[in-house]
Design a protein around this ligand. Structure first.
Ligand SMILES: [Zn+2]
Length: 62
């Protein structure tokens, strides 16, 4: 209780144990691999780019 290392992924909004923090956002391993393997031509690429942009804007305001 209160001792969990789980975080809510900022991309898929699911609670995961494995993942990384990029700026203020937690990204689970699944989404991390998704981002790394995605091609700019894919439709999802724009979705992730928007997410990352949002993170940057949050960071700049701190
Ligand atoms: Zn995720």
């Amino acid at each position: 209780m209160g001792n969990s290392s789980k975080h809510v992924c900022g991309i898929c909004n699911q609670t995961k144990e494995d993942g990384i923090h990029i700026y203020q956002l937690y990204i689970c391993r699944v989404c991390e691999e998704e981002i790394l393997s995605i091609h700019p031509k894919d439709d999802n690429y724009q979705y992730y780019v928007e997410k990352m942009r949002a993170i940057n804007q949050i960071t700049y305001t701190i």
